[in-house]
Design a protein around this ligand. Structure first.
Ligand code: MIC
Ligand code: SF4
Length: 640
């Protein structure tokens, strides 16, 4: 067996391990962050379960840390109190980015981790099967419920050779993205193997599994080996270690080989993570902003490489350099060994250990800016500036470019980039609050920003409405439910948030949806790629959207639609997409029977007097869920 199959087999609750079939697995650990967490805990509360049933559940505060009003702080207090009551550890604001801290302090090889954030696969860097999901799925897992996925295909990425000086883990994942594209990982787990694996430290592996999210993959995973053991030992957690490797005769569904020694520094050009080219080919473009950090590249090792380049230099006068070390552990170590001083004296603007600019929480660049970021997503407008051109690069490329003022290839540097992994990281978990042993007395504090979330009603026999919008391929959840400094504070206020639903595609969408009493969304392929935010389903639900007809869907968003009782349908004949115009009147007759009994149903276009065959790719469980109006109704019905 390969690693993926081994971990799934150990956790299998139902189904057969045959690629494409629905299986369910037991979840050992969960994580939430604050921008999806408020909703996840409201949903957990709605399930009426007293204590979490997982081995470890942790709530992080890392996204909504720009407190420009009372809203974020209110959400933090709610999460702090609700977690204390129900048995969940609480990582206070300032302790760091969820994925970085979880890797350092909580992740355990061979265990399963479900997180309400799409970059949860970071945990694959220490051999976890770590999957991103919507908040409701995480709430169910906290309550002890199994997590349902399609048994993935497993892609072996065979790493041979060794990276050259100044070529980074980021360049490996950019190469994988170049080969597989942003939809190449859908329905697959990317499993790393081969001699080259041994040459990569855990933080480097975690950079790769983190950004595997951009492939649309279910997750990515590395073996747990001596390198993993050394990392856990340095984190004072040797007892959490076990070896997990693929059997010699393990089989895979696909295989790719990457020769690490042939890689060079690369960048993902605007506005997609798979739009990859070499730094040399792109050329010495002038740079306005450089941002170093995010869950992809904010480890101690990354920061030390950056400090090495910045030491004794000055950030070029036209560049703003911002750095956010990934965790309190990282920041503390940098401050103790002097590396932070090197960054500061070079002119870097040091930000707190949080997501920050990665999700548009501050540091939006100037109009038409060229911004180099060590992050994982460069979708148009995500930085908060629509006209900005964001390039995704390694920390090494970022740091050198900040000094030079133009995109620079660090392989030309005449010193070494080697940074030794510390034998002991600085361990101080004082920013993690333990849950109350008996939660009964804890009062959950709910500020005025926390509004009720929408719950769907049962499906009706005729589902009808207008085609409210028609969008192209690769629409991200950042388009469907934008997130930035102005909107993130309203993650617990779906009515307000919904007024911005799909606004980057069409700012009148929300108004139109309301005026027409809801309807349908028509989309191209890979609809809903990117984040796990279930708000991209809850806001359309609030606006009365009943179904989405697309050429194909991204995994987490499709699951979130189903959980909300919004019917995802795919065109049997993709040309039908061209036939539908906005405001066409669409109708599904005998919908309940169709959804329950059939795999393809008919959507009538009343305006054009045409019919389209659409596929409904639902398991029997999901069909029941759909008819009942979503996962919460289904869970309640099951527990009757
Ligand atoms: C992101 O990187 O897009 C986010 C913000 O972390 C999201 C979660 C969210 O929208 O709150 C994700 O990746 O799931
Ligand atoms: Fe935070 Fe950015 Fe990572 Fe999302 S991708 S968890 S916003 S750092």
């Amino acid at each position: 067996m390969n690693i993926t199959q081994k971990i799934i087999k150990d956790h299998l609750v139902s189904g057969n391990m045959v690629a494409g079939e629905e299986i369910s697995i037991r979840i050992d650990q969960t994580l939430t962050q604050d921008s999806t967490g408020t909703m996840a805990y409201l949903e957990f509360e709605a399930m009426g379960i007293d204590r979490v049933k997982t081995k470890r559940s942790v709530a992080y505060i890392d996204h909504n840390t720009l407190q420009s009003g009372f809203e974020n702080a209110d959400d933090h207090k709610y999460i702090q109190t609700v977690t204390k009551k129900h048995g969940i550890y609480f990582s206070r604001p300032g302790n760091g980015i969820c994925h970085q801290v979880h890797l350092e302090r909580f992740g355990i090889p061979g265990q399963t981790l479900l997180g309400s954030d799409s970059h949860t696969p970071t945990g694959g860097g220490i051999g976890m099967l770590a999957i991103g999901a919507g908040g409701l799925d995480v709430a169910v897992a906290m309550g002890g419920g199994a997590y349902y996925i399609t048994m993935p295909k497993v892609v072996k990425v065979n790493l041979i050779g060794k990276l050259n000086k100044w070529v980074a883990a980021k360049d490996i994942i950019l190469e994988v993205l170049r080969i597989l594209t942003v939809k190449g990982g859908v329905g697959k787990v990317i499993e790393y193997s081969g001699e080259g694996v041994k040459t990569l430290t855990v933080p480097e592996r975690a950079t790769i599994t983190n950004m595997g999210a951009e492939l649309g993959a279910t997750t990515s995973v590395f073996p747990s080996d001596d390198v993993t053991k050394a990392f856990l030992k340095a984190q004072g957690r040797e007892e959490d270690f076990t070896y997990i490797t693929a059997d010699d005769d393990a089989t895979y569904d696909e295989e790719i080989t990457i020769d690490l020694s042939k890689l060079v520094p690369m960048a993902a050009k605007p506005h997609m993570p798979d739009n990859v080219d070499t730094v040399k080919n792109i050329g010495k473009i002038k740079v306005d902003q450089v941002a170093i950090g995010s869950c992809t590249n904010s480890s101690y090792m990354d920061m030390m490489k950056v400090a090495k380049i910045l030491k004794g230099k000055t950030v070029q006068e036209d560049v703003s350099l911002v750095i956010s070390p990934g965790s309190k552990q990282v920041l503390n170590m940098l401050s103790q060994n002097g590396a932070l001083a090197d960054m500061i004296s070079a002119g870097a603007r040091i930000l707190e250990s949080a997501c920050g600019p990665c999700i548009g929480m501050g540091q939006s660049p100037k109009t038409d800016a060229i911004s180099l970021r060590t992050f994982n997503r460069n979708f148009e407008g995500r930085s908060g500036t629509k006209s900005a051109q964001v390039y995704l690069v390694s920390p090494e490329v970022a740091a050198l470019s900040a000094i030079n003022g133009y995109l620079s290839d660090p392989t030309e540097l005449d010193f070494d980039n080697y940074v030794e992994m510390p034998e002991k990281f600085l361990i101080n978990d004082n920013m993690v609050v333990s849950p109350a042993p008996e939660g009964n007395d804890v009062e959950v504090v709910r500020g005025p920003n926390i509004k009720e979330f929408p719950i769907n009603t049962k499906m009706t026999d005729t589902v009808e409405g207008k085609a409210l919008i028609k969008v192209e391929d690769n629409i991200t959840t950042d388009h469907i439910m934008p997130s930035n400094a102005k909107l993130l504070p309203y993650r617990s206020n779906v009515p307000y948030l919904s007024t911005f639903c799909l606004a980057p595609c069409d700012e009148n969408f929300s108004q139109r949806a309301k005026e027409n009493g809801g309807g349908f969304i028509i989309a191209g392929s890979n609809y809903g790629q990117g984040s796990s935010r279930e708000h991209a389903a809850l806001a359309p639900l609030y606006l009365g959207v009943k179904g989405v007809i697309a050429k194909s869907f991204a995994r987490i968003h499709e699951a979130n639609l189903i959980n909300s009782g919004i019917l995802p349908m795919t065109f049997v004949n993709e040309e039908d997409y061209d036939d539908i115009d906005m405001m066409d009147e669409l109708k599904i007759e005998d919908a309940i029977n169709g959804v329950k009994e059939k795999d393809t149903i008919i959507v009538k276009n009343i305006t054009k007097n045409k019919e389209y065959k659409v596929k409904i790719n639902l398991s029997d469980r999901q069909k029941d869920m759909m008819v009942l109006g979503g996962l919460l109704n289904y869970t309640k019905e099951q527990s009757k």
